[in-house]
Design a binder for this molecule. Structure first.
Ligand code: ATP
Length: 297
């Protein structure tokens, strides 16, 4: 049984087709990241999973149950973009309050320490964006959920806090917890997730392990002096698109596997100015931008 099983989901807001025939499966004990431009339909999809919005059509199952099944409440930990936490309460009081709702909550001092909350002695509304996210995360994790559904949980977090976040997610994964989350940080997701689903215009347009998606990324390299690309085009063949996109910044599009990567590296080494190290880059961010057309919306 999949932890999350979505088949042909469609959701409309009046005339707006926010989600249009979306399919997604997340295996138990894995971490799946949804990537997609603003307005792609990620939050809407999570809302349906959480039983907060009805589907207009399609089939959705969460931990083998209908999303509106009240039994899911104790099995899912949630971070939403909009608050939902008492603004005037301090983090310790908030986390204590939620801990009381569960029969076997996580040990509070340990969780508070891990998330750096123990010394935050201010009302929630006076916390910074990243601090508020850490409180939300503590609330999501406190009840030992089987599934975490997190909408942009790392927004506002500094790099150290993001690292702690991913360490926690890894620890939970080792205990069999499934995480489904959104982020606008492709490369962070690329190093940590088991599965990346790219959502664009309400559909999943790519769904695979990060490494496999990165293989679809264009290869970029830079060289301080202008390069005549005609011989590189000959080396690679017609099915590759080789271009100088900006002065000194070059891109190779196409199915670049290990031998082609070596061929490009050898060519660049032989044609560069020999003094500067040439950096070859391919990344999940580039793959993502390529798939979504690089448009911001
Ligand atoms: P972001 O990355 O910006 O959070 P998203 O991928 O989560 O975006 P959604 O919030 O799911 O996108 O929105 C999908 C589309 O539905 C957008 O075009 C949005 O404007 C629209 N939409 C969302 N909520 C509503 C609503 N309550 N009424 C009308 N349209 C809405």
């Amino acid at each position: 049984m999949n932890a999350v099983d979505i088949e042909a989901l469609s959701v409309n807001y009046g005339a707006k087709h926010a989600v249009q025939g979306l399919d997604l499966r997340v295996r138990p004990g894995t971490t799946c990241v949804l990537l997609g431009p603003n307005g792609a339909g990620k939050t809407t999809t999570l809302s349906v999973l959480l039983g907060l919005r009805p589907a207009d059509s399609g089939r959705v199952s969460v931990l083998g149950r209908d999303p509106r099944d009240p039994a899911l409440r104790h099995l899912i930990g949630v971070v939403l973009q909009d608050g939902g936490l008492p603004m005037a309460a301090k983090p310790v009081a908030i986390v204590h309050h939620f801990a009381r709702l569960y029969s076997n909550p996580l040990p509070l001092p340990e969780l508070m320490e891990k998330l750096g909350l123990e010394h935050l002695d201010r009302p929630y509304r006076r916390l910074s964006g990243g601090e508020q996210q850490r409180v939300k995360l503590a609330v999501a994790m406190i009840g030992r959920p089987q599934l975490l559904v997190l909408d942009e949980p790392t927004t506002g977090m500094d790099p150290a806090a993001r690292r702690v976040f991913w360490t926690l997610i890894d620890e939970l994964r080792q205990q069999g917890v499934t995480t489904l989350m959104t982020t606008h940080q492709p490369d962070e997701a690329g190093t940590r997730a088991d599965q990346i689903a790219v959502i664009h215009h309400g559909q999943v347009i790519a769904d695979d392990a990060p490494d496999r998606l990165i293989e679809a990324s264009p290869v970029w390299f830079t060289c301080a002096r202008h390069l005549d690309l005609s011989t590189l085009r000959q080396v690679l063949g017609d099915e590759y698109d080789v271009a100088e996109v900006e002065p000194g910044r070059y891109r190779v599009r196409g199915d670049v596997d290990v031998p082609q990567m070596s061929a490009i590296e050898a060519w660049v080494a032989g044609h560069g100015d020999g003094r500067q190290a040439v950096t070859m880059v391919r990344s999940l961010e580039e793959a993502y931008l390529e798939m979504t057309g690089g448009s911001a919306w």
